[in-house]
Design a protein around this ligand. Sequence first.
Ligand code: SF4
Ligand code: SF4
Length: 441
Amino acid sequence: MELRRYKDIIAIKISPDSTGPENYVAYHSRNLEVAEVTPEAFLEMTPITLTTSDAPEIENLKDADAREQIESWNNDDNFQGRHGEIKFGIRAVTINVTQICNLKCHYCAAGGDGTYGDPVAKISIEKTLPQLKFFIDQLKENQKFTISFVGGEPLLYTEAVLSIYNYVLDLQKTKNFHPIFSLTTNATLITDRVRDILSQMKIHITVSLDGDEKTNDIARPSKDGTSSTKLTESGLEQLAKIHNDIGSFGISAVSTKENMNVVETYKYFKTFNPDWYEFNFSYIEKNQSAQTEYLKQMNQIAKMAYTDGGEVALRKIKSFDLYFKLLDDQQRIENHCGAGKSYLMIDARNQVYTCPWVVGEKDEIVGTGAVLNHQKLEKYQKPLIELNNCQTCWAKYLCGGGCMFIHRAHTGDKHTKDNLFCERTRGLILTTLMYYKLSRE
Ligand code: SF4
Ligand code: SF4
């Protein structure tokens, strides 16, 4: 694949197969427009790579008409869509209902064992309910409010999930807002009781699983070192039985250089017929060739999905769905996530953070119970694309400045970008642009 850029426009030269003609898919990054350019216009642009963040020097004129075509599209300023500003106002929280886990995944960011260095078996419901009321009281009429349950393994304390759900539904009797519930689990503990609770909540469930037994056992053993895969598979079968009663369920895999098996995992996930799948590259993985292989395999599964079932099948893969949606909605994002602006994390001691992965770090606490430290939160209020210096990146309105946690894990600073992350994100966006063009033709 050959990639070129001219000011705010990038273009990809695609040779679909040996019989089809070459085509040139271009993306106007300010206007979120995808279109075709002529081969001559493509040649007026400057070659770049996935690691190039800045607009390159403009090359010498080769074809005046083609240059005028590309220059005129670049100068078009017809963005009618939505801008990505996020004003402070908490509309989503994640709650650690427990900080212990029955697995011990090698890449676990929660202190390596789900405890974040502080093994709290049960969150205090008495403290959590008024804390949630504090956030809900501040919602505007009709606003959505997302509550995500994680841990540790949240199904080690499912009764807390149910108590919180019942309480929030009670609050709805006096306040007009729309709660959305979600839960991330390893699905090894789905008993009949758990199934009943999940069904009545209409909850959206994410199951963490890296692939079939051979792949999953590499990094996701039980605490005692034995395989956890069969238990998760049986949990997925239980979830399939209540598929119509819950909000949705998806499966989320993490790839590292040890378990780079995206294509096989994609085929395996399809057998459970979930609503979506996600294939993440481990946030701590630093291996460049593993990432190159990951992007290659992500391209392969995109092709497999599109060949099998067109846009619908492709969009079951979460990252591609996100970019399709942003392009369709003409929605620029200026913040990769709402950390500290619209989103907060509550640990099992009711301390508040901006991100799930900084739980346990004293300097990162931005509140306790219903008291927020607005002075600390102030530094999160600028758009992330500005805080992270992404102004010259062509991918900025689909990426939103990237994940501060991944940046910090690689560079030591939340606002100093991780080059691997940028390359990976741009690679996935390019794949999406090619299929977006194909789908909308
Ligand atoms: S973090 Fe995202 S927006 Fe920022 S330079 Fe990297 S890819 Fe571009
Ligand atoms: S900084 Fe990264 S890990 Fe933290 S909330 Fe944002 S996207 Fe999630």
